[in-house]
Design a protein around this ligand. Sequence first.
Ligand code: HEC
Length: 156
Amino acid sequence: MIGFNNPRRLAGLAAACALLFSATAPAQDVDAEAAIEYRQSAFKMIFWNFSTLSAMARERIEFDRDEFRMRALRVSNYSRQLAEGFAPGTDSGAPTDAKAEIWANKDDFDAKLADFQRESHKLYSMAAKADEASLREQFSAVSATCKACHDNYRKD
Ligand code: HEC
């Protein structure tokens, strides 16, 4: 049982909390090089999984519902981990294809990221039951969110 009425334990708890908060660096202290590598890795993971979804959507490989669903879930999960890779101050510090406009138009960039998160989550939600034609259509909707962001915010 946690002894909240025990002063020594309470002090220990306070110290643990202080450590927890000090470990959470403010956004501007993010290591730019690490953040850039992190977001590029996340995109590579997304691309890896998205490629199989694409092959199924384009009927280049046989449709497998369980696999489609698993890969859609991965893409959706990674899409939710991208934002921290674009923290303030991460426009340079390592080779990057991210345009500086991202940080100048952060609200628009965030909206495009939210579109990707919403559409990829929808793809995953649909994957349990929807027919292949509907999944193909939703796959295209997700692809469109990649393109919308790349066209504006990624160097060619
Ligand atoms: C909200 C904006 C945005 C969305 C949405 C987005 N991307 Fe990107 N993507 C970027 C930016 C910016 C970069 C460049 C990152 C860098 O170099 O620092 C990038 C880079 C990449 C890369 C290259 C990674 C590397 O360095 O090797 C791949 C692959 C990629 N994206 C695939 C995708 C796919 C597939 C989707 C959709 C399923 C997608 N992206 C959605 C903005 C986005």
